[in-house]
Design a protein around this ligand. Structure first.
Ligand code: WTA
Length: 568
């Protein structure tokens, strides 16, 4: 299986014009992701091919051809336009993984507006800060999530429309609310796709940082050039594949590789709008004969826990290519998958900011279990010495993962936050905020993040966001949020709290605080443990030393605390 030559050759002969040519795009042309994912595939004569196989919570199944998704995205686009949505307006998608999420995403792009997908399990606060920052003009949501929107809409003066995709007429609509039922709208065959260009904004994804509020990562239509070719060369998608990306489009994997990349290649995609269970997942693969699967280490570890017997109950022989992203993929998981599926999970590394896969394993390159692989052709990646921001000359040293800017899918800025964006660059390199080493053969080995952001089951959680929610509770004097080890999620959130005088340390206090923050945070950001302490360790300038608490949780050497105390 290993003929490394092919990867090396691709690297040697690489130019992004390979992707541009395949997409019939020339610099200066118009480019619209919504059009590429639907109309162009139909123009190629593949309109009757299945584009989308969707399964809901209760097992109902729906199938859509490329003609169907072209029409559905046209219909939503036309509706939004009639409602006054203009190019570059931000339209938030706050939906479970229902078909309207996927078609709405493309419809928004077709009319030149900016899609802002947000995970539907977000609490009020998480939703509010992201919509405030983006000055979102419209939100598309479902009945089951409308209460959250209603609670925060008075704090969102820019929000003009709340569209409900499954309104049942039972309760009166409130101010700004409009019902929109895709199956009752007149299908729009022809839509004037807005004349977006390479640098026209497309998607705004929010990602968590260590300090401050979540940052809006701005992407442009030209990102397609990266997403198309990485889908082809890394996900190895072929014409007849049935592809399943398990990520929610609230996160970048669910848009770059759960919508854009595969559909721009005219591939059949499956979506399961249901929580995780090994049995349901295997049954889904078997039923739809899924051949290419893009998932995440936490899910793989959960499958490992469910055991080999669960695998044996199903015919999974359709699987041909397995890939993973989001967190470190342990060597054991790669070896296990090779044993039970006969195929290794290939690790891929990238970020919301990079928009497309940056470092990866490839179908034709030898896999070293535990390594993230090598840079995608055309990507100049390095590990920098943290002291000088120069690439290390010799292999094996741990430093900062950095990329030379300029690949098509790279973010263009952080929304309203050019300063933070600029701070991501040093010495002509984009700093990812992660650490790794490179071995003699050029393989990257991830070692950890370079900041306090917690990666729980592939979801980035800002300690600041959790601490802020805790501090709003009347009992809480101070708080510090760090990660602690977890078998399945790698790490989970733990909060240290000092209470205000007179408040008792007991289960009731904990419950009250938990119930309070549950309304504000997403379930993924919820602390798995609260520990009440008399005081928190601080630097001399009064900053909380999260690193010390972190080291304690992980049983690491705390080292010389006097230097920590001197930290500013
Ligand atoms: C982490 C997800 C180890 C990393 C596409 C990165 C990984 C952050 C890997 C981005 C991997 C992603 N091995 N860590 N293969 N892939 N990460 O923005 O810390 O949600 O910076 O994008 O996840 O997460 P984000």
């Amino acid at each position: 299986m290993s003929h490394i030559g092919s990867y090396d050759e691709r690297v040697k002969n690489f130019s992004w014009s390979i992707s541009e040519k395949e997409l019939d795009y020339k610099p200066g042309d118009l480019i619209n992701i919504g059009w590429y994912c639907t109309d162009r595939i139909c123009e190629q004569g593949k309109g009757d091919k299945t584009a989308f196989i969707w399964e809901g919570m209760t097992g109902e199944e729906r199938r859509y051809t490329f003609h169907d998704i072209r029409r559905a995205s046209n219909t939503i686009g036309a509706f939004l336009k009639n409602q006054g949505i203009r190019p570059e307006d931000r339209v938030c998608l706050f939906l479970d993984r229902v078909p309207e999420l996927y078609f709405g995403f493309l419809g928004i792009l077709k009319i030149g507006a900016i899609a802002q997908p947000l995970f539907s399990a977000f609490g009020d606060e998480a939703l509010l800060v992201r919509m405030k920052d983006a000055q979102t003009k419209a939100i598309i949501t479902q009945r089951k999530h409308i209460a959250k929107v209603r609670r925060i809409r008075d704090q969102l003066p820019w929000l003009e429309h709340i569209f409900i995709v499954d309104y049942d007429g039972k309760h009166p609509l409130q101010e700004k609310e409009t019902a929109f039922a895709l199956d009752r709208e007149k299908p729009v065959e022809k839509l004037d796709v807005y004349s977006t260009q390479a640098e026209s904004p497309s998607v705004l994804h929010y990602t968590s940082g260590t300090t401050g509020q979540p940052k809006g990562v701005k992407h442009v239509h030209y990102s397609l050039i990266s997403q198309y070719l990485t889908s082809k060369w890394v996900l190895d998608l072929h014409e007849d594949d049935i592809y399943w990306c398990t990520a929610d489009p609230g996160w970048v994997t669910g848009t770059s590789y759960g919508i854009i990349g595969p559909w721009s290649l005219g591939i059949t995609q499956c979506v399961l709008d249901k929580g995780f269970s090994a049995e349901a997942w295997y049954a889904f693969i078997e039923k739809h004969k899924i051949s290419v699967w893009y998932s995440a280490p936490t899910a793989i570890r959960s499958l490992m826990k469910a055991g080999e017997e669960a695998v044996k109950k199903h015919d999974l022989s359709s699987l041909r290519h397995l890939t993973s992203v989001g967190e470190p993929l342990n060597a054991e998981a790669v070896i296990w998958s090779e044993k039970v599926f006969g195929l290794p999970f290939l690790d891929t590394y990238w970020q919301t900011e990079t928009g497309s896969i940056m470092i990866s394993n490839y179908p034709d390159m030898r896999v070293k279990p535990g390594s993230m692989g090598k840079p995608f052709p055309g990507i100049e990646a390095a590990v920098l010495d943290p002291a000088t921001h120069e690439p290390f000359k010799e292999p094996g040293k741990i430093g900062l993962i950095a990329f030379k800017p300029g690949w098509p899918a790279m973010m263009r800025t952080y929304w309203n936050n050019e300063e933070t964006y600029r701070a991501k660059f040093k010495n002509g390199w984009y700093l990812s905020g992660d650490r790794s080493s490179i071995d003699k053969e050029g393989y990257f080995w991830f070692t950890g993040r370079d900041d306090d952001v917690i990666n729980t089951g592939g979801h980035l959680v800002s300690p600041f966001e959790v601490e802020s929610a805790l501090l709003e509770h009347e009992f809480v004097a101070e708080s510090a949020v760090v990660s602690k080890p977890d078998e399945v999620n790698m790490e989970v959130v733990k909060a240290f709290i000092t209470l205000k005088p007179g408040v008792e340390t007991n289960d009731d206090t904990e419950l009250k605080i938990m119930n309070f923050i549950r309304k504000k945070l997403s379930p993924l950001a919820m602390p798995q443990e609260i520990e009440f302490v008399d005081s928190l360790p601080k630097t001399r300038s009064g900053k909380i030393m999260r690193r010390l608490l972190h080291a304690r949780e992980w049983g690491e050497e705390i080292g010389d605390t006097s230097t920590l105390e001197n930290e500013e």
